[in-house]
Design a protein around this ligand. Structure first.
Ligand code: G3P
Ligand code: CA
Length: 247
């Protein structure tokens, strides 16, 4: 079976993470699955950013939740990476969808769980995101993940046909991932690579769950995971994975 290689935040070793420049690298390198992170602006728009604040990956600072769409449109999300990307903006979700459609990509949208404890804002994010999905070409596969099982349950209530995946950190190894995923109605789990064992992968697979592991930046580790039965890996070095892994 073909294994899935997810370009983590785009091809984030070649261009600044979670920018259109990083997403456009997928087609050039024959990578089919894009992974990206979705959050909410102060005025209720979707913003594409991994961190809850702007400090690490932009020329601004502070919480992304406190800035409006128009304020975020002025942010430079490329100069921190290299001079070649000065002025690279934060993408809008509509722009991300344009690249997905134009380059015939599959996509894993991660709903960031920063707002999981704020029911009003959490539901606003889910509503905005759900409405935008109408723009994705039906030929593209969509997978929606989150560290918040509750966000996935709420998303599935409005988009029952779209597959979901629960993200787990290595600190959660003691939890019953199968029960959590089943309760959320997820078809997959996305475990952190640290501490993951062959027995755990096999148990997840035996329960009928797909297993996609993050973040795997070693070919030998990816091989081991695939031999254990994992279906895919999220990686920062997607362009280096041998073509036999690419689907
Ligand atoms: O979706 C896999 C991975 O992206 C989850 O962790 O922190 O990189 O969003 P993070
Ligand atoms: Ca992510």
């Amino acid at each position: 079976m073909t294994k899935q290689i997810f370009a983590h935040r785009g091809l984030s070793r070649l261009a600044p993470e979670n920018t259109l420049a990083a997403y456009r690298e997928l087609k050039k390198h024959g990578v089919k699955w894009l992974e990206t992170d979705l959050d909410l602006t102060q005025d209720g728009d979707i913003v594409i950013l991994h961190d809850a604040d702007l400090d690490r990956t932009t020329d601004h600072s502070g919480s992304v939740h406190e800035l409006t769409h128009d304020e975020l449109a002025k942010v430079d999300a490329g100069s921190w990476f290299s001079d070649a990307f000065i002025g690279e903006p934060l993408p809008t979700l509509a722009q991300v969808i344009q690249v997905i459609n134009a380059d015939q990509l599959n996509v894993n949208f991660e709903l960031k769980a920063h707002l999981a404890g704020d029911p009003v804002r959490r539901d606003q994010l889910i509503r905005q995101f759900s409405a935008a999905l109408a723009g994705v070409n039906p030929a593209s596969q969509i997978l929606v993940s989150s560290f918040s099982p509750e966000m996935l349950t709420r998303f599935s209530a409005v988009q029952p046909a779209i597959k979901t995946a629960v993200l787990f950190k290595k600190e959660q190894l003691a939890q019953d991932w199968i029960a959590i995923a089943q309760k959320a109605g997820a078809s997959a789990v996305h475990p952190e690579v640290g501490g993951l064992t062959k027995d755990r992968v096999r148990a997840l697979k035996a329960a009928g769950l797909a297993v996609n592991v993050w973040t795997v930046n070693s070919l030998s580790k990816a091989n081991q995971l695939f031999n254990w039965g994992a279906d895919g890996v999220f990686t920062d070095i997607s362009q280096d994975f041998p073509s036999r892994y690419l689907n």
